[in-house]
Structures are given as structure tokens and as C-alpha cells.
Write a protein that binds this ligand. Structure first.
Ligand SMILES: [Zn+2]
Length: 292
């Protein structure tokens, strides 16, 4: 809703992309449900959706370019090997890649022949900190080398990594503004590196606070009853959801506005810079069993 409001309220186009590169997680019926959820909320988009898994040639070409230019290299390490080589880390931290395979092989074929394994591809991450600008958070710096290290752009099972795919397909779809959850802020720094290596311009990044439960943890997978699909099937009025999001995002809105109703007065500057908490009142407002 926020991405749609921010683009549409300024006359922008909205493109839809289905990021279904993870074959195990992206079942066709789930994709169908996602599209229906968006329509239920009253959102629309320009042109047909791009199904990432259906058009992987540009992703493969980008990998080839990175490899040929020396910006990426083949890596045959398993997760267990990387974990064993790294210093102990706190549980929730990502283990930075120690650079084991950097400079070992010139080509994927050499790596495959020498190791007997199917290689992935990693981006060469420079030691300098990476500066990005977020429209809400301002200028930020990330130590990508120290926190993540050379990261995968193609996994060993052949799947293209999110950090590569999002950058290549944003460019293909002409995306100039990306509005998403602020859990992806540090990803923007990695994407800035991939963009630079591919000679692509950066989009404007707008990272917005997440909706959390009262325990301060993200709602995502824990409250299945509050999933859009569950609310839709329970007969909840989608305008109740739109209204809750609009008011939570600091916008003036009636109790039951349509997504389009909010456009006329939408202003991202009113967005609170703290996570939104969906407490009992919000749940009552949205949840099944209330008046419809
Ligand atoms: Zn490796």
C-alpha cells in the first residue's frame, strides 16, 4: 500500500514483479493468492507482472559479465565449511564469507573440474565501507566486507541470489523508486555494489518501518490469522485493512477508505519513523468476527 500510494500519488507507474526464483517456496497457488490479495486491497499495476523465474536469461548474462570483468568468482564452499572456518558469532548474525575461493579459479569450468562440485558465484566486495542514501533514514554507511564478505550472486544449486535478481530486474522494469521494509536497509548496500559493478544507476530507496506484534517481533509468519489471505477468506472488509494502514502511516483517512481514497492527501513525510505495532485494538478492527 505504501509503495503504491507513494508512486501513484505523484503520478508514477507501479510495476509488479513476482520473485519466484526459490522453487521450493514459490508454489503457483501461493503466487495466485498474493496477486488476489493485492487486488482485494484495491491495488493495480501497469503492464503484466514479471515472473522472475520465467525470464532468467538476463540474470545469467549479468553473472557472465561480472565473472568476465573479475567482479565475481566461482566458489565451491558449503555452508558447513564456511561456518567451520569463521570465528564464533552471535546466533542471529550472518557469518561473513572468509574469502576462501577468491582468486582460486578463473572460470566456473576450472572450479568444477578441480573440485568436483558445482560452483556458485560470489561478488568481490571491496574493503571500503559502502555509502547509501535512504529517503527516510538519510545517508548511511555499511561495512559489507566485514559484515557479509563476498556474497553469493548465484547459489551452488544454480539459483540466482536475491541481491542480483532484484537489481537486474529493477533495471529491466525501469524501476526508479524502491519502497520496502527497513529490514532490507543493509541489503541496499549490497545491491549498490552489484549495481555499480553492472554499470546500472541506483534507484531511490525508501525503507519504511515494519509492522510488529506487541512482543516487538515481526508479524510475518507468526500470525497466520492476520495474513491478508486469511482476512479475505474470513470476509473482512478490505477497507478496514486499508484504513488501519493509512492511519498507522500517519495519513488522514476515513474509517473505511479504499486504497484510491487515500491518494489525494497521501504524504510520505507523515510516516512515523518507528515500527507500527498491531495490538489488540488493531486486531479487533481487522480480525474476523467484527462487523463487516
Ligand atoms: Zn568458496
Amino acid at each position: 500500500l505504501l509503495a503504491w500510494w507513494n508512486a501513484r500519488s505523484r503520478g508514477g507507474r507501479v510495476v509488479l514483479r513476482v520473485e519466484d526464483l526459490d522453487r521450493e517456496r514459490s508454489k503457483p497457488e501461493l503466487v495466485e493468492d498474493c496477486l488476489r490479495d493485492l487486488e482485494w486491497l484495491g491495488l493495480d499495476w501497469d503492464g503484466p507482472p514479471l515472473f522472475q523465474s520465467a525470464e532468467t536469461a538476463p540474470l545469467a548474462a549479468a553473472c557472465e559479465r561480472l565473472l568476465a570483468a573479475g567482479h565475481a568468482y566461482p566458489c565451491v564452499c558449503t555452508r558447513a565449511e564456511i561456518a567451520a572456518l569463521s570465528a564464533p558469532h552471535t546466533d542471529d548474525a550472518e557469518t561473513p564469507y572468509p574469502g576462501t575461493c577468491r582468486g582460486r579459479w578463473r572460470t566456473v569450468a576450472q572450479a568444477r573440474a578441480a573440485s568436483g562440485r558445482e560452483p556458485g558465484l560470489r561478488l568481490v566486495v571491496p574493503p571500503e565501507r559502502v555509502s547509501i542514501v535512504d529517503e527516510l533514514a538519510g545517508a548511511l554507511e555499511y561495512d559489507v566486507a566485514g559484515e557479509v564478505g563476498d556474497f553469493l550472486v548465484r547459489r551452488r544449486d544454480g539459483a540466482f541470489a536475491y541481491q542480483l535478481a532484484v537489481v537486474v530486474d529493477d533495471a529491466r522494469q525501469g524501476v526508479t523508486e524502491v519502497l520496502r521494509g527497513d529490514d532490507l536497509l543493509s541489503s541496499a548496500a549490497r545491491q549498490a555494489l552489484v549495481l555499480e559493478r553492472l554499470g546500472l544507476p541506483r534507484p531511490a530507496w525508501v525503507h519504511v518501518p515494519l509492522v510488529l506484534g506487541e512482543d516487538g517481533r515481526r508479524l510475518a509468519k507468526r500470525r497466520r490469522d492476520l495474513a491478508l489471505g486469511a482476512l479475505r477468506e474470513a470476509g473482512v472488509d478490505p477497507r478496514a485493512v486499508v484504513g488501519w494502514v493509512a492511519r498507522t502511516a500517519g495519513q488522514r483517512a476515513d474509517a473505511r477508505p479504499t486504497a484510491r481514497d487515500v491518494l489525494a492527501t497521501f504524504d510520505l513525510a507523515h510516516l512515523p519513523r518507528v515500527p507500527a505495532v498491531l495490538g489488540p485494538e488493531g486486531v479487533l478492527e481487522l480480525g474476523p468476527g467484527t462487523d463487516r
